[in-house]
Structure formats: structure tokens, C-alpha cells
Design a protein around this ligand. Structure first.
Ligand code: NAD
Ligand code: ZN
Length: 438
């Protein structure tokens, strides 16, 4: 039986905290819906100390941001974007349109059509998360989305140059410097100055994730991508305490509510990792956040063997799962609930977050039970079409359809079929009745 060597001091997703965020977001969205740009301006001034008439960045402002970055910075951003683009293009190529003749004379098809306009949120409250621009803006462009708008909050009182450069290089059509609920609210609802989009994507803090959840239905959303979570599955054959502790704290630094969990079947590695976490918290520059995350949401769970580790991991359904064990491929075969797997000690979540090419916008809060992360397919609508090529096929399908409609009591539906059985099958079917078997 799995047992905890360290438990989380705070219960994950405390309902009273969630209710507070829900109510705040509801109020802010109602305000934006009622007062448009005036509300957006007030909220931006209140939450981000950032106020201007028009939050859209001009070409000159975008050029000025680009000019602030070094040649190396720009080269690194271009390298990361090339990796994300390349993998997204392979994934796009794997999505085929379908057209098949399912019965003689019956042709059914589906095609993948890009959403017409999307709003990509790039988080930037605590850190200017420029990588999120590659993940959303660039992926939307690979999918063929014609109009991509993107928002990121100001950082240090002004647009974050690295985010703006990444948004621009990724191919954004419009860039706004606007954060939080006011950003996703304005893009989804539309204001006088900010045209409404069809779909919102991108990660964010609890307010942003909740706002997307509440706006779902009015617009599409990619997934529930809230505060980061990480799970490390390790044993002594795959890792040591330094790797485990580094990989736990590396993601705990995202925010004070970010869970970091170690699963192992080696009690000594577990205890050494806990000690190593304490040592690293003494020297990590972002230790203030990471320490709170580790104290409130960190867990160490001791399991009995690989099968139990995989079962526990599926129960936790973490956004990120780092696997460093005697049999990493076992977890690739066995696990069903996760946002992304990082197999072996040579890779890690940070590679995925920043540069290797897989998307870093991933399901949190148990959403990995029902969805994967953001990818090119999320920007495509798979729609169907059909044709019936022959009179015989129309009459054949029509007869069955007519009877099934009357079984449901749908006389109008039945008549849609009957009129075709009369025309194309030459049969005398009484109005609004089931076509008898021949
Ligand atoms: N799931 C994923 O794929 C993924 C990937 C990367 C990052 N993330 C997460 O994204 C988040 C980024 O969070 P962040 O806060 O740094 O940036 P953010 O841009 O998501 O949020 C900043 C905004 O929050 C709003 N805000 C702050 N306090 C508020 C309050 N009390 N009421 C209303 N609005 C408020 C402000 O308007 C501000 O602009 C982190 O939690 C990180 O873990 C998730
Ligand atoms: Zn991360």
C-alpha cells in the first residue's frame, strides 16, 4: 500500500478558495460585458498598475521591444520556435481528411477546418513566460488560423520585451499588453477597441483559468490549464536525490499553489530527496515561492513496485510526469492520465517548458483524465459532410430512416425520408407514415 512520507499541508484545490476566485471572476467578466473598454482600463490599472487608451502595441513599440534583446536572446527564441513549429507540423501532417464510400453510392467525409480567430493568453504576472507565446501563437499559425490575437500582462510596469518578441516572431497578428481576467474577458466578449475572438487558449493563474472556464460556451477554449503541477517517479537505478529534488523545485517555483510530488519505491531515495530539497531551498533564488509550494502542496509517496507507482500516478493525473526508473518504458505503456511524460534522466520538464518542441500548455486540476494538452489539433474543427450518389442508395437509406423516425414519433423527419423514397425509389408511401419493409 502506498504511504505518505510527506503530506501537503494545504488540501489541494480548497473549495473555499475556489469559490472566492469564481465569484471575483464572475464579477469582473460582468463588468467587462457591461462597460467594455472603460472596465478593461480600470481593471488593468487596479491589478497591474497599467493604464492607457489603447492596449494594442504599435509596430514601433514591437520593434523597440525586439531591439532590447541581444542577438543571442533572439537566436535562442528562434531556435525554440523552430522546434515547436517542426513538431507541430508533423502533428498537423498526421491529421488527415477522410472521404469514404461506406455503402454503394453513400459518400461520407470529414475535414479539418482551422478556427477563424483565436486569442492566445501569455502569462506574465510572476515571470515573463515568453515560451507560452511559441506554444499558442505559433501552433495556431501552423494550424492555419487566419487571425491570432495575443495578450500578456505588463511586467515591471511595461510590456515585457522578450514576450513581445516571441509573440511577434511566432506570427501574431495583433499584440495587446493586457493581463488577467481583463485580457481574456476582452478578447472573448469583445469591446469597442478589442474585437471578439472565437476561441481562447493558453495557460494562466487561477483567475485566468477560471475566466476561461466561465467564458467557455460563448467561445471555445483549449483546456483547463491552471497552476503548474509536477510529479517525479524515480528509483535509484534512474536517478539520485539531486536530480529528484532539482526537478521537484524547478516546477514548484511556478507559484505557491503548485504541487510537486515524488513517487518512489525506494525509501532511502525518498528521504535523501527530502533532505536535498531543504539544502537547495537554501540556495535557490526563487526559494521563497518554491518553499511555500513544497510545504503546502509537496508530497512524497512511497509505493511498492512499478505497478503501484503507475496506479498512483494515474490517480494523481499530473500535468507533468518525470520518469527516472529502472524501466521508464513501463510507464509509457501503463499510464493513462498525464499531460506530458518526460522519460529518463536526460530530459526534464524544463526542456519541454522552454525549448524541446512539445507543447507546454497542459491539463491541470485532474483535467488530464479527459484531455491532453494544447496542440495543433485543438485549433481545428473536424466537420463532416455527405453525399448520396445514386437513386438506389437514397431510397435504401430513406426506407430505414423513415421507420426509425416514426419509432421516435418524428413525422416531419420521416417525411424528409419519404419524399425521397417516392422520388428516387418510385414507391407510393403515404404522407407521414413509416415506409413498409419490401
Ligand atoms: N498549465 C500550464 O500549461 C501552464 C503553463 C505555464 C504556466 N502555467 C501557470 O501560469 C500561471 C502564471 O501565473 P502568473 O500569476 O504569473 O501570471 P498570469 O499572467 O496568469 O496572471 C497575472 C494576472 O493575474 C491578475 N490577477 C492577479 N491577482 C488578481 C486578483 N487578486 N484578482 C483578479 N486578478 C488578479 C492580474 O490581472 C495579472 O495581470 C502560474 O500559475 C503557472 O503555474 C501553467
Ligand atoms: Zn514549468
Amino acid at each position: 500500500m502506498a504511504r505518505h512520507l510527506k503530506t501537503a499541508a494545504a488540501a489541494a484545490g480548497k473549495p473555499e478558495a475556489d469559490a472566492g476566485v469564481r465569484a471575483t471572476v464572475e464579477r469582473l467578466l460582468a463588468d467587462i460585458a457591461a462597460r467594455g473598454d472603460a472596465a478593461v482600463r480600470e481593471l488593468s490599472a487596479k491589478f497591474d498598475g497599467w493604464d492607457r487608451d489603447d492596449f494594442r502595441l504599435t509596430d514601433a513599440e514591437i520593434r523597440a521591444c525586439m531591439a532590447e534583446l541581444s542577438a543571442q536572446d533572439l537566436e535562442d527564441i528562434r531556435f525554440a520556435q523552430a522546434q515547436v513549429r517542426n513538431f507541430a507540423e508533423h502533428q498537423r501532417a498526421a491529421l488527415r481528411n477522410v472521404e469514404v464510400e461506406t455503402l454503394p453510392g453513400v459518400v461520407l467525409g470529414h475535414k479539418n477546418i482551422p478556427v477563424n480567430s483565436v486569442g492566445c493568453y501569455v502569462p506574465g504576472g510572476k515571470y515573463p513566460l515568453l515560451a507560452s507565446a511559441h506554444m499558442s501563437v505559433l501552433t495556431a499559425k501552423v494550424a492555419g488560423v487566419p487571425r491570432v490575437a495575443t495578450c500578456a500582462p505588463p511586467y515591471g510596469g511595461r510590456p515585457a520585451p522578450a514576450i513581445v518578441a516571441a509573440q511577434h516572431l511566432a506570427g501574431a497578428d495583433v499584440i495587446y499588453c493586457l493581463g488577467g481576467v481583463q485580457a481574456v474577458g476582452a478578447m472573448a466578449l469583445g469591446t469597442e477597441r478589442i474585437p471578439a475572438v472565437d476561441m481562447l487558449v493558453g495557460p494562466g493563474n487561477a483567475y485566468v483559468a477560471e475566466a476561461k472556464r466561465q467564458l467557455y460556451g460563448r467561445v471555445g477554449i483549449d483546456l483547463f490549464a491552471g497552476p503548474t503541477e509536477t510529479l517525479v517517479i524515480a528509483d535509484r537505478a534512474g536517478a539520485d536525490a539531486e536530480l529528484c529534488a532539482t526537478d521537484l523545485l524547478g516546477q514548484a517555483e511556478h507559484g505557491p499553489t503548485s504541487p510537486a510530488i515524488l513517487l518512489t519505491d525506494d525509501e532511502r531515495l525518498a528521504r535523501e530527496t527530502m533532505a536535498e530539497v531543504e539544502r537547495l531551498l537554501g540556495i535557490l533564488p526563487t526559494a521563497e515561492i518554491a518553499r511555500r509550494a513544497w510545504h503546502d502542496h509537496g508530497e512524497v509517496i512511497l509505493c511498492d513496485g512499478l505497478e503501484e507507482m503507475a496506479r498512483e500516478a494515474d490517480r494523481i493525473a499530473s500535468e507533468h510526469v518525470q520518469v527516472m526508473t529502472r524501466d521508464d518504458d513501463f510507464f509509457l505503456r501503463a499510464m493513462t492520465n498525464y499531460g506530458a511524460l518526460f522519460l529518463g534522466p536526460r530530459t526534464n520538464v524544463s526542456y519541454g517548458d522552454k525549448v524541446i518542441g512539445t507543447n507546454h500548455t497542459l491539463p491541470t486540476g485532474l483535467a488530464a483524465r479527459y484531455t491532453g494538452g494544447l496542440w495543433v489539433g485543438k485549433f481545428l474543427k473536424t466537420v463532416t459532410y455527405q453525399r448520396v450518389l445514386t437513386d438506389e442508395a437514397s431510397a435504401r437509406i430513406g426506407a430505414v430512416c423513415s421507420r426509425l423516425c416514426m419509432l421516435e414519433g418524428f413525422a416531419g423527419h420521416a417525411e424528409q425520408a419519404n419524399v425521397r423514397v417516392r422520388r428516387y425509389g418510385g414507391r407510393n408511401v403515404p404522407y407521414a407514415s413509416a415506409v413498409p419493409a419490401e
